[in-house]
Ligand binder design. Structure first.
Ligand SMILES: *Cc1c(COP(=O)(O)O)cnc(C)c1O
Length: 240
């Protein structure tokens, strides 16, 4: 059976190959381990296996792992949907929030960062597939939102993040990755002061990270391919 070390090494190798194929420097791409539902032990094992960044989705799980120092030796990012009433548990504790999906949320993070006297690094989440059920800025409004938010004194806009529609067909999300890469370039050139600061494009998950890297991702968020399938919610079983 493959070990966690082998899966981490394989993912890194695939990222490297995809980057080289696209004429990119593999060192530009950071592997973020999506650690939702994993135990403290697994997170520690992943860090021993070379993971340098953990991405968490749920505030409660994150706090439990923090209390056990499970992320020691790695950076911590927040990648899940963040409600404004939970902002106080995240700001100042993570080095990057990927999932800023509204101006309202950005304002709440700004207020909390101000209160703590910190500057919080963030990405704007783009609803690149225009999905009704998903949060995030539409591609058309991203530029204006980026300009507004880059003026907030306690936020540092580092780039963009996207979760394209779930797509079963191989290569199905390429058009979205290419669209994100274009938006990212537009924002980097428009917000001139921040050209060196805006250097993060977070996109690509287990199914499609190589396509994302070929299109220009600087961060891929991998769960299943590193840790295996996540346990499903228990389904009530029929009594015989
Ligand atoms: C779970 C999750 C991932 C990783 O998904 P996999 O398909 O298991 O690689 C990436 N990004 C976010 C925001 C997630 O919630």
């Amino acid at each position: 059976m493959e070990t966690l070390e082998q899966r981490v090494a394989q993912a890194r190798e695939n990222i490297r190959a995809a980057a080289l194929e696209a004429g990119r420097d593999p060192a530009e791409v950071t592997l973020v381990a999506a650690t939702k539902t994993q135990t403290d032990e697994t997170i520690r094992a992943a860090i021993r296996a070379g993971i340098t960044v953990c991405g968490e989705n749920r505030v409660q799980e994150m706090n439990a792992h923090l209390a056990e120092n499970a992320y020691e030796g790695a950076k911590l990012h927040f990648i899940g949907r963040l409600q404004t009433n939970k902002v106080k548990y995240v700001v100042g504790k993570v080095s990057l929030i990927h999932s800023v999906d509204s101006l309202h949320l950005a304002e709440a993070i700004e207020r909390q960062a101000d209160k703590l006297g910190v500057v919080q690094d963030i990405l704007l989440e783009v609803n690149v597939g225009g999905e009704e059920a998903k949060g995030g800025f539409s591609p058309a409004e991203t530029q204006t939102a980026a300009e507004t938010i880059s003026q907030f004194p306690h936020l540092r806009l580092r780039g963009l993040m996207a979760i394209p529609p779930i797509c079963v067909a191989a290569g199905g999300n390429r058009e979205f990755f290419v669209k994100m890469a274009q938006l990212y370039v537009d924002i980097r050139t428009k917000i001139n002061d921040n050209v060196s600061v805006i250097n993060c494009l977070s996109m690509g998950m287990s199914r499609d990270y190589e396509d994302a890297v070929r299109a220009g991702a600087t961060m891929v968020r991998l769960g299943t391919t590193l840790f295996g399938p996540r346990a499903q919610k228990a389904v009530p079983s029929h009594k015989n």
